[in-house]
Design a protein around this ligand. Structure first.
Ligand code: AMP
Ligand code: GLY
Length: 426
């Protein structure tokens, strides 16, 4: 099989690394990729939203399967674009079509969907400029803090959590007035849920599904979960608070109704679904859906996958996923993200990365790097993700942190507390 992976982060490096070990792989390309993906495949200088260029490349290289990493091209309809073009309509696309990607692309769509299919989620109300007064009235029925979500994609920044009602009303108005451009022309107001968050992933062929291991992501820049939100500073899989029947509840109350709901809506969803969940007193509620794998969750989930990923992708394409086996490593995986100083605000790039050859017994997934002759340079806020497996998270973290210490670049920063808040995971 010839495979093209779209994207350039740690998620795409981890997925490409896994695909490169498949018994089915012939040629593996990554567009645009990074210095890490180039070690497991061939980078192609092509942007993920340039559908025409991607189509031409797929024809030229006789690509059999495209894995779409980020949400942008899925929400913009890359799958529909391929299906509508005879030259590439046979290609197995791993990722949903535009209709399916609305689960992530429109908060209003996803809330309506959850309500219709009785999937547990926070109470909500959708506001536009036409019914602003009703929005204010709904806010008055809620207790603080107040959750406001831009309906559309806003690079992970479209959610505001506000303590005071006055501030919530002011922000609601400014969102509708274009604070996040067109993405906040509609705003979803939600009841605030208190609990502990986790991410659960499934792969589906539209009929059946396989549940992948759950993970916890550490979103804030500062230790003790303080400071600004980031793309993710680390991850652990599995998580202790998902034990004791919790995942069964997720399967029955969230996963099954979601898969059935998509089918009833006539949506042929083939790819990954990311359930952003919150555990409220041992009951799952959906905070958000994403139409792709998470980053850095993928960097702990994929190293635990023992099965051949391309066999699962074939199962998705031929709707025979139910016949495939999926096996996982019981060990705990921990990942720590090394970022550029200043991230998630202003940071510098093109710093030379050293020490990668000294890493022992951990995986290093590149998130934002580029090759410059023999040198590897930083090329983003999140730079490298160091993942290790261990009998429990403390063993895994020992390995991760000892290898993180061997890697350096100017102004490197990482959190030193990933995983230490959790009870022992075994
Ligand atoms: P989202 O982009 O929908 O995942 O929201 C971003 C973050 O806001 C989530 O990861 C949660 O930490 C928080 N959040 C979103 N919705 C709620 C809610 N209803 N209750 C509490 N926290 C929330
Ligand atoms: N780690 C959260 C995300 O990928 O959206």
């Amino acid at each position: 099989m010839n495979v093209l992976v779209l994207g350039s982060g740690g998620r795409e490096h981890a997925v490409s690394w896994k695909i490169s070990q498949s018994s089915q792989i012939d040629k593996l390309f990554i567009a645009p990729g990074n210095a890490g993906t180039n070690q497991v495949g061939i980078n192609v200088d092509m942007e993920v939203d340039d559908f025409e260029a991607i189509r031409d490349f797929c024809v030229e290289q006789k690509i059999d399967c495209v894995f779409v990493g980020p949400e942008g091209p899925l929400v913009a309809g890359i799958v529909d674009f391929f299906k509508a073009d005879k030259a590439v309509s046979h290609i197995a696309m791993i990722g949903p079509n535009k209709a399916g990607a609305q689960l992530e692309g429109s908060k209003d769509f996803s809330k309506k969907f959850m309500k219709k299919y009785n999937i547990p989620t926070a109470r909500y109300f959708t506001v536009t400029r036409e019914n602003l007064e009703e929005g204010y009235a709904f806010l008055d029925t809620l207790k603080p803090p107040y959750v406001l979500k831009a309906d559309g994609l806003a690079s992970g920044k479209g959610v505001l959590i506000l303590k005071a009602i006055k501030e919530a009303k002011t922000e609601l108005k400014s969102m509708l007035d274009g604070k996040f451009g067109g993405a906040s022309a509609k705003v979803v107001i939600e009841e605030f849920l208190k609990g502990i968050e986790l991410s659960v992933f499934v792969i589906t062929d539209g009929v059946s599904y396989k549940i992948l291991p759950e993970a916890k992501d550490y979103k804030r820049i500062g230790e003790g979960d303080t400071g600004l939100n980031t793309g993710g500073m680390g991850a652990v899989s599995p998580v202790p608070f998902a034990a004791g029947g919790f995942i069964d509840k997720v399967e029955n109350q969230v996963i099954i109704p979601t898969i059935k709901g998509l089918k009833s809506e006539g949506i042929d969803y083939r790819g990954f679904i990311f359930f952003g969940l919150i555990n409220v007193k041992n009951d799952p509620f959906v905070i958000e859906y994403n139409c792709r794998l998470g980053d850095p969750e993928t960097e702990v989930v994929i190293p635990r996958l023992k099965s051949d990923l391309l066999e699962l992708f074939e199962g998705v394409a031929s709707q025979t996923l139910s016949e495939r086996d999926v096996e996982f490593d019981d060990r705990v995986a921990t990942a720590v993200m090394m970022v550029s100083g200043g991230y998630p605000e202003k940071f510098e790039k093109e710093k030379s990365v050293t020490g990668l050859n000294n890493v022992f017994d951990s995986y290093v997934f590149h998130a934002g790097t580029k090759q410059d002759g023999p040198a590897i340079l930083t090329d983003g806020g999140r730079v490298l993700c160091v993942t290790s497996l261990g009998k429990n998270q403390f063993r895994a973290l020992e390995k991760t942190y000892s290898n993180v210490a061997k890697i350096s670049f100017d102004k490197a920063y990482y959190r030193k507390d990933i995983g230490f808040d959790l009870d022992e995971v075994e």
